[in-house]
Design a protein around this ligand. Structure first.
Ligand SMILES: [Zn+2]
Length: 66
């Protein structure tokens, strides 16, 4: 267990989080990194925007023609 992540590790966790819930220590390590890092919060924001867009797209594509 380690709490200091490198940016590529933090990004990997951000991506993994899209697919599955992270173990608590990884969530903590990620949060600690996001507070300390300037680049990774930008990545996180982009992922959030992307996820929201994906959800809208999915809802539109599953609702069918009306
Ligand atoms: Zn970083």
């Amino acid at each position: 267990m380690k709490l200091r992540l490198k940016c590529n590790e933090a990004t990997a966790l951000l991506l993994a989080r899209e697919d599955r819930p992270l173990p608590l220590w990884q969530q903590l390590a990620l949060q600690a990194h996001l507070v300390a890092c300037r680049a990774c919060p930008v990545v996180e924001r982009q992922l959030l925007i992307m996820r929201r867009a994906m959800r809208v797209w999915r809802e539109e594509s599953t609702s069918g023609p009306d």
